[in-house]
Design a protein around this ligand. Sequence first.
Ligand SMILES: [Zn+2]
Length: 460
Amino acid sequence: MATRWDRLGAKQLTKLQDRLVAQQVRHVVAPFSPYWKARFAELGRRSSSIDSVRALETLPAAGERDVAPDGSSAGMARLVVQSGETGFALHAQGPTLRRALRLRLTRPDAYQRVVASETKPTSYVWSGLGFRYPLASTRSDLDVIARAGARMWKVAGLSGSDALLSAVPVAATTEHLALTYAAQAAGAPALFPGSDPAAVVAAGRLAAPTVLAVPAQQAAEVVTALADGGVRLDAVHTVLLVGAPTPEQRAAAAAVLPQAVVLAVHAPAGARVLWAECRERGADGGFHTYPDLEVVQLVDPDSGEATTGGGEIVLSQLGMGGSALLRWRTGDVTSSAIDRTSCPGCGRRVPRIMAVRAGALVLVSDDGRTLDLRSVAGALTGRTDLLDWRVAVGRRPRDGRGQVVVHFVPAGEPGEAAVGAAADIREVAGLLPTQLVAAGAADLAALAGEPLTARILMRA
Ligand SMILES: [Zn+2]
């Protein structure tokens, strides 16, 4: 039964996702990803036991540092699916396999092409927060990405008569690839001159755009450069802010192009498709996800356990080979639960995510080094010499340098607890926090800052 991906009822959606999860784990991830093969053995789990979204939630979420503790992109290669002809014959879905087997008899070369298209990673984009790593796609994954792009285009209320001008850096990234494929799949002309303002202005002079795609933090700057450069902007009706913009970034974009609708599109680290906000509802409607291509769940960022309120966004990709991302910790946090009701704007029944803070759990310091707050939380959680703790992240007033301060309530001698915690943090996170401060329970409760997680605070 063909049903539209964005109109499935709750029951149908559960049934579809359960089937896709079982298929993905049993026939792609568990047999062919070296990391997951070892991980399933370590956990003592049979892949056949992960046969539903609910069962998927019982798998511990994993992120960059879990797969590659040393932060090497080579470690991340263990996520790449390594299948071949035998694997294909054992695990391909019925119709694909039957078609391929017919070809094997009549046209061996065409058979090989089908096998390769399903199993061979051919394209890579670079992703990552703490360190850069490649994400692999097979040719059939690229088809999926193109179809998701056509959907994104529609969610944003765009058509084939639109013309896109992108100021997103031209690089092997999910954002650039997904935008390119989206415009192609939608049949819309698109120019990708890169992020250099002069090049964007020159491209804008060639043809008047109707849609701009701009990194969220540079929108106002790029639009001003276009206007100053004499680019006609009166036809621009949509600005796509790439990334998860802050309210200030949205306001800045809206202020420089008051006639346009400002929408965000975003791919968390590890994702291969771009989510979009719908034209009808904008930021209030949240990012519209693709329930037949991914399961989106939340975990408590401090413990990695499943949670139903806000938390860290965890992605499982469905129907894709290449890199096997299952229960992938994206480092993005949201303060609200995933909304599974129909969108009040466009009516699509797809899980929607609001108030996303992209990459909030990995800090990049001024000298380019990164500190993964999940590792810091992991090192502090469960220590018997600490009764409680908070991590406060912010900038030092004196010189604006980033700093991470751990406030802890010691169970015994504070000096010993501090030394032990510092050593563990250095071991797992590779860096020491700026300061460790012994405190009382009341001090922790009184700490100022906006909670990023239950125990990690952001200071202005
Ligand atoms: Zn909507």
